[in-house]
Write a protein that binds this ligand. Structure first.
Ligand SMILES: Cc1cc2nc3c(=O)[nH]c(=O)nc-3n(C[C@H](O)[C@H](O)[C@H](O)COP(=O)(O)O)c2cc1C
Length: 214
């Protein structure tokens, strides 16, 4: 049964640019048939707490004696890991906030990026998510086109590509929508047509991806 984990992290469900795009992916996924199941985790409505202890960055057998003595265990982390490991495909709504990840999404990353559990480390070589696909939908108020003067300011997509791609071994597809503030910032008004074209292209792209991956 192909299963999708759909994460959203945009602050405002009514005005979000990323949420309609992730929703279009999920809708196209569900349209593939009743066996195409979805878990939707809204990280804004149901945010993970900050990581409670540094030991949670390590699988239990890799913890120091002090960490082991503290008997750190976290049901929130276990639940987030179970939710992720159950997914054949991961969909991440990743708006740019202050050039980086929403804090809710960063907290999610901190819980699931675990050396020796989701990330191979030492003799713990398992990489359980390797070969699966993650689709990252990143909406940004300004423009961050590759090769442009502001491309290096994008600290939203690169950490996700590192964690999901390099650490987890997932195949990462990135879909971006730039210029989403064109309708709000008067100086960006001439860019409204470009912004709309990017929104349409992103929606079409995620629908294609859902059909290809499902
Ligand atoms: C707290 C906050 C910080 C933001 N920081 C940036 C930024 O650093 N660069 C940028 O281009 N846009 C920034 N924006 C604009 C958002 O990236 C833009 O509104 C985007 O559409 C967010 O995705 P969403 O609509 O799904 O929330 C910020 C918006 C908010 C609410």
């Amino acid at each position: 049964m192909p299963h999708l984990l759909h994460l959203d992290s945009a602050l405002d469900p009514r005005a979000s640019s990323s949420r309609p795009v992730t929703a279009a992916f999920a809708q196209a996924w569900r349209a593939l048939g009743p066996d195409h199941t979805v878990t939707h985790h809204d990280l804004q409505a149901d945010p993970p707490p900050h990581l409670a202890h540094a030991a949670l960055h390590w699988a239990a057998p890799l913890r120091t004696a002090d960490e082991a003595a503290a008997e750190v265990d976290d049901p929130v982390q276990r639940a987030l890991l179970d939710e992720l490991l159950a997914a054949d495909v991961l969909l991440v709504g990743a708006p740019m906030y202050n050039w980086s990840l929403p804090s809710t999404l960063k907290a999610w990353v901190d819980h699931v990026h675990v050396l020796g559990t989701t990330v191979p480390f030492g003799d713990r070589t398992d990489q359980p998510l390797a070969g699966r696909t993650a689709v990252v939908v990143s909406s940004r108020g300004a423009g961050y086109a590759p090769g442009g003067p502001t491309a290096g300011l994008d600290h939203t997509v690169p950490p996700l590509a590192q964690v999901l791609g390099q650490s987890f071994g997932m195949h990462v597809e990135v879909v971006t929508l730039d210029l989403t503030l064109a309708g709000r910032v008067p100086a960006m008004a001439p860019l409204a047509g470009d912004a709309e074209a990017q929104r349409v292209a992103a929606t079409t792209r995620v629908q294609e991806l859902a059909r290809a991956l499902g």
